[in-house]
Write a protein that binds this ligand. Structure first.
Ligand code: NAD
Length: 453
């Protein structure tokens, strides 16, 4: 379908006001929920073809996320959409003030491949809940999931309301020529800049959900068993292809040896093997080669075996890594964990401050002072103390980056707000009109104004 036609169709449809009705929003949210449930098998098969992601991981990290989002909005849509009454200042008496959550119009969502369902469907669910029309451009790199989403949505939704546009760079570039009311992008910082520039041409607001190097810090005051188990899980989930995965590990020198042994133990216990249910493939040859190149053989503490045909990279720990090493210069986005030791906690925090602001940060400690310094000193999108990744499963926490890891946020109430304009309306009574602000001015009026202001 012609891009201009689809976008114009959505613009025209938005003007009919139909998407603003709560009944309309709910009807289609319910429809999407039912379609996801009834097409579950097709969705599992598509993601398995794309990168060998298991049913278990697809349900827990993708579909259940989207279904929970739908349920959240169905439950809360009335209160989220209700105009919020706020106080009215003295000079505006007699009046009342309200903020309306106003749908924006036509939204473009551009998805990434690594959690193709969650990262494409969760933003459109929030956009629909907020009363918008939406075009989704999933990542072409996960081709089968892109096609599965296009089939489910384009066969069942009116294109003037919701449409999946399939394509890669050329198609996205063409879409970006058009005017949208908001662009919601998930992907790399490099492409994020391209999106931001294109959006600026139309003064289109953006949400950029980007990546970065997210640290995990383990001090001697941590519960080491729990820390090791949770870091191994967070790092090797989806074979490390997770935007909020711990990218690298900073571990206090005195516990380094003991802790690395624990990491090894959990990697073995979790049986991350080629073709196993627990372990995902690397998405493609290009990423496989990029990752293989980052493994410095002299620094392998654990793992390091590769199988290019199966796109398998064994969970790998690199020890004695230096900040200047190649692996510390870019987001890894794969199952390689570089470890750097530190003597002094404060110096470790200062080293993180030297880098770009990460999407996530994780601290493992039971020491109050260390927790305090972590939350006060570091700037990062979001994170956990004594866990990894799980912060984004809490609807009450906004999810998004800061600095080069992103602009804006979503999830729960924040997703609804992201796709709404906060429209302020002051309503005045038509009686009791003081003449004080109107010309002609006088000294007496001025002295009253001084008192009032
Ligand atoms: P990517 O930036 O290569 O691609 C993302 C999307 O942009 C795709 O839909 C792609 O078709 C499109 N695209 C790619 N090149 C383009 C171009 N030149 N012009 C216009 N559109 C273009 O990212 P990816 O490889 O899909 O995902 C990996 C990156 O995404 C990592 O950096 C990761 O940290 C980040 N990420 C962030 C989040 C988050 O929520 N913050 C989630 C997942 C992934």
């Amino acid at each position: 379908m012609d891009t201009e036609k689809i976008v114009q169709g959505q613009r025209d449809f938005f003007k009919t006001q139909q998407t603003k009705s709560l009944a309309y929003r709910k009807m289609y949210l319910e429809k999407l929920r039912n379609l996801i449930i009834s097409n579950e098998t097709m969705l599992y098969e598509a993601i398995d073809k794309d990168f060998g992601k298991s049913k278990f991981d697809t349900l827990t990290t993708e579909l259940s996320f989207v279904l929970n989002d739908i349920d959240y909005y169905l439950k809360h849509i009335k209160s989220l959409a209700r105009p919020k009454k706020v106080g009215t200042n003295l000079v505006n008496q007699l009046g009342n003030s309200k903020i309306y959550a106003d749908p924006l119009g036509c939204i473009l969502v551009i998805g990434a491949w690594n959690y193709p369902y969650q990262l494409s469907l969760s933003p459109i669910v929030a956009a629909m809940a907020a009363g918008n029309c939406c075009i989704l451009k999933p990542s072409e790199i996960a081709e089968n999931t892109m096609k599965a989403m296009a089939k489910i949505i384009n066969d069942n939704f009116p294109p003037e309301y919701l449409y999946v546009y399939e394509g890669g760079i050329d198609e996205t570039t063409a879409l970006l020529q058009l005017k949208f009311d908001k662009i919601f992008f998930t992907g790399s910082t490099k492409v994020g800049k391209i999106i931001y520039k294109a959006a600026a041409e139309h003064l289109t607001p953006v949400v950029l959900e980007l990546g970065g190097k997210s640290p995990a810090i383990v001090t001697k005051n941590a519960n080491l068993e729990i820390a090791a188990k949770r870091i191994v899980w967070g790092k090797f989930l989806n074979a490390g292809q997770t935007c909020v995965a711990p990218d690298y590990l900073l571990v206090e020198e005195t516990i380094q040896e003991q802790f690395l042994e624990m990491l090894r133990k959990y990697i073995q216990e979790f049986t991350y093997e080629a073709d196993s249910e627990q372990y995902t493939r690397i998405i493609n040859q290009r990423n496989f080669q990029r990752l293989a190149h980052l493994i410095d053989k002299d620094k392998i503490y654990f793992g390091g075996s590769l199988n290019e045909k199966k796109l398998f990279i064994e969970p790998t720990i690199l020890n004695q890594v230096d900040w200047k090493d190649e692996i510390m210069q870019e987001e890894i986005f794969g199952p390689i964990l570089p470890v750097i030791s530190f003597k002094n906690y404060n110096i470790a925090l200062n080293a993180i401050l030297e880098l770009e602001k990460p999407l996530a940060a994780y601290l493992f400690t039971n020491n109050t002072e260390e927790k305090e310094q972590f939350t006060q000193k570091l700037s990062f999108g979001g994170g956990c103390i004594n866990d990894t990744i799980m912060h984004l499963s809490n609807d009450n926490l906004p999810f998004g980056g800061v600095g080069s890891s992103g602009i804006g946020n979503y999830h729960g109430k924040y997703g609804f707000d992201t796709f709404s304009h906060q429209k302020s309306v002051l309503e005045k009574a038509t009686w009791g009109e003081p003449n004080i602000k109107y010309p002609p001015y006088s000294e007496k009026k001025l002295s009253w104004i001084k008192k009032l202001l």
